[in-house]
Design a protein around this ligand. Structure first.
Ligand code: HEM
Length: 405
């Protein structure tokens, strides 16, 4: 095993600037690292990360301290029957008819409204004018909450993500997360109580009415899940839209192929998830000792799984550092299911509930953006500006185009 003094330090500014060369070094020579400041083992190889996601011995008890203080108890921490019942309560709202019939029009409307803000301007920032707002607006609208409160939700989700990503345990960030929990509860609980008496066609009503094997969610459960959705569905899809367009703009031939054949959008999204995932690391806590690279990791340890590294493991993907939507080692038909080749939605029982919603959002956004911007290109001043260590994506994406008359 390698210690942090010998391996790349994932808390360093150099790592934040360019995690990918550090990933390569870890994949080659340091597949298991002990990081003293984080008090965590770090694994990077595809096989080790996939195993940690799939094998039940790797619990998600780490969310007891990573997320519960800010959300309350949610599905990501649960296991066994408690998890499968909770999953059955929430999952139907994010797939099939519910998604296609009820929420597709909501997604289309929210994309259109944001694009209307810049479609005749000839220039835009696809992150600050679009991606940062789109998924959060969609969730607020799906839940049937007041669209005038979108700015509040934006602030809350930024605070929740900062809490989750607080690898260096900054006390101000932690205090702000706790404040958000109190504010969100004060806002949501009366709305949930009112909605129970006035069920409608929205996601919040579906959650209030859902029942599996005699179990329903109480007000606190629903408030905690809404809080989780803001972070899980907002930040991630924001980064996914930004990175998909950044990758395509960096590869104009692939952008032209997608523009000409829109059925390639899911391929471009799947390859973006592999090449530049929105979530770069996820933690696990083994219930019993596990062995990785010949070293025994004690029960109860924190294991940080580097998704961003595993997705570029040359043992799994050919030319892993090239963005190639036509690669033949990442099938698109499984990329949004628990049989995915990339690890960006995790695998196993906590596989992302919102994967199909995210795919639909990226498809709608990409189609509408490409239609509105026929000669879309990066603006001259668009530098390489990926930001973030826990979650990562372009901080801005200035583009120019000729408006459609
Ligand atoms: C590209 C976009 C997205 C990415 C990369 C992503 C990533 C992930 C990952 C890595 C996990 C597993 C966490 C773990 O096992 O510790 C997860 C779980 C989850 N995601 Fe997503 N997510 C995305 C979009 C969404 C959306 C749009 C929603 C819903 C609005 C959502 C809701 C959830 C929920 C509720 C879970 C917990 C599932 C469980 O514990 O059983 N995600 N997501």
């Amino acid at each position: 095993m390698t210690t942090a003094s010998e391996a790349p330090d994932i808390l360093s500014p150099e790592f934040a600037m360019d995690p990918y060369s550090a990933y390569r070094a870890m994949l080659d020579t340091a597949p298991l690292v002990w990081n003293e400041p984080m008090q965590s083992y770090i694994v990077s190889r595809y096989e080790d990360v996939a195993r940690a996601f799939k094998e039940p011995v790797y619990t998600t008890n780490n969310y007891d301290w990573q997320l519960e203080p800010v959300h309350g108890r949610t599905i990501v921490q649960m296991d066994g029957r408690e998890h499968s019942v909770r999953r059955a309560l929430v999952a139907p709202a994010f797939r099939g008819n519910e998604l296609e019939q009820k929420f597709l029009p909501v997604i289309e409307r929210n994309a259109r409204e944001l694009i209307d803000g810049f479609r005749d301007k000839g220039s835009a920032d696809l992150v600050t004018d679009f991606a940062r707002h789109f998924p959060i607006n969609v969730i607020v609208d799906m839940l049937g909450l007041d669209r005038d409160d979108q700015a509040r939700f934006q602030r809350w989700y930024t605070s929740i993500i900062a809490f989750l990503s607080n690898l260096s345990q900054d006390p101000d960030v932690a205090a702000d997360g706790l404040r958000t929990r109190a504010e969100l509860a004060e806002y949501m609980i009366p709305i949930i109580q009112h909605r129970r008496e006035n069920l409608g066609d929205d996601l919040l009503s579906t959650l209030c009415a859902a029942e599996v094997e005699g179990t329903q969610m109480d007000d606190e459960d629903i408030k905690a899940f809404v809080s989780l959705l803001l972070a899980a569905g907002g930040e991630t899809t924001d980064k996914a839209v930004g990175s998909t367009f950044r990758n395509l703009l960096d590869h104009p031939d692939q952008l032209a192929a997608v523009r000409a054949d829109r059925t390639l959008i899911p391929r471009a999204f799947a390859e973006t998830l592999r090449f530049s995932p929105p979530v770069h690391m996820i933690m696990r806590q083994p219930a019993e000792a596990v062995t990785v690279s010949g070293v025994s990791i004690p029960a109860g340890s924190t294991v940080t799984c580097l998704i961003g590294a595993a997705n570029r493991d040359p043992r799994r993907f050919a030319n892993p550092d090239s963005f190639d939507i036509f690669r033949d080692d990442l099938p698109t038909n499984t990329a949004f299911s628990a049989a995915a080749g990339h690890l960006s939605f995790a695998l196993g029982r906590h596989f992302c509930v919102g994967a199909l919603l995210a795919k639909t959002e990226v498809e709608v956004a990409s189609n509408q953006l490409l239609d509105a911007m026929p000669d879309l290109a990066l603006a001259e001043d668009a530098g390489p500006v990926e930001r973030g260590v826990f979650t990562r994506g372009p901080a801005s994406l200035p583009v120019r185009f000729t408006p459609v008359s």
